[in-house]
Write a protein of this length. Structure first.
Length: 267
């Protein structure tokens, strides 16, 4: 699978957080292959990359076989009542000052192949569920896996969640340093992950909302413990969606679907 070139990643990362609305200075504080991508991380003090080759300013985007992260569904067929939250996730969220949400199925029972088709609709309605949504009807295709500069419409995100995805919605006012830490965390293990700018109406401006199928973690204020809580959440629920398929790209596109500026090289 192809990753981004180092030069392209360098240019993209330089303005990524600023253009995405993340990294404002006004905010508060497996088995892997040898293939991957190396890029330079931008300075936390400006919107241009530092002219350095020090190890602290390089980003290695690993290529990891996503099938090795599939561990079976944590929500059964994904049509039931609110699922339980793992004790480790509860502890990590509490320690970081985050809250957890467990949502009932919004789609009903879909055990048979003939029942799955109605889940795919052109214009799903999320007006009656918490946002960002954690389950429900969705478009037939999903978003390519990776790090985004633009928000991804929920109609695609929900399909990623069904495949076991973890989506990190970053608040528009988190600090540049916090954004860089999220980039590094994603690059060290990209499969099954989308990193996107959160919509201001739905995501805390100074924090982040993390979603998986029927579950969410809301961190209203970024602090040094939030990243650890995100990692615990990711490691607990990644690859555990109701549809057990590897985090591979769809191979198709849509007019309203952006593409990741830093794609997962293994997708």
């Amino acid at each position: 699978m192809r990753g981004v070139t180092a030069r392209r990643a360098l240019a993209l990362l330089a303005g990524l957080l600023v253009l995405a609305g993340c990294g404002s200075s006004s905010g508060s504080p497996s088995s892997s292959s040898s293939k991957g991508t190396t890029a330079q991380v931008p300075s936390t003090q400006s919107s241009t990359p530092a002219a350095t080759t020090s190890s602290s300013n390089t980003l290695s985007i690993k290529s990891i076989d996503p099938s090795k992260l599939m561990r079976g569904s944590s929500v059964g067929f994904g049509e039931g009542p609110p699922p339980s939250i793992a004790p480790a996730v509860r502890r990590a969220a509490k320690n970081a000052g985050c809250t957890l949400r467990s949502d009932p199925s919004a789609v009903g029972i879909h055990l048979l192949i003939s029942d799955i088709v109605p889940l795919h609709v052109d214009n799903p309605d999320y007006s009656k569920v918490p946002r960002p949504p954690t389950n429900g009807h969705h478009r037939p295709i999903w978003a390519n896996w990776g790090f985004y500069q633009q928000p991804v419409p929920y109609a695609y995100e929900v399909h990623n969640l069904e495949h076991g995805g973890i989506i990190i919605h970053l608040g528009v006012k988190i600090t540049r340093a916090a954004g860089e830490r999220v980039v590094r965390m994603w690059a060290a293990s990209p499969p099954f992950m989308l990193i996107v700018p959160g919509l201001p109406a739905d995501v805390p401006a100074n924090g982040a909302t993390i979603t998986s199928w029927q579950r969410a973690m809301i961190c209203k204020q970024w602090n040094p413990r939030v990243l650890g809580a995100i990692i615990t959440y990711r490691d607990t629920y990644r690859g555990t969606g109701p549809e057990q398929v590897p985090s591979l790209n769809t191979g198709t596109s849509a007019q309203d679907l952006p593409t990741p500026v830093l794609p997962d090289p293994s997708a």
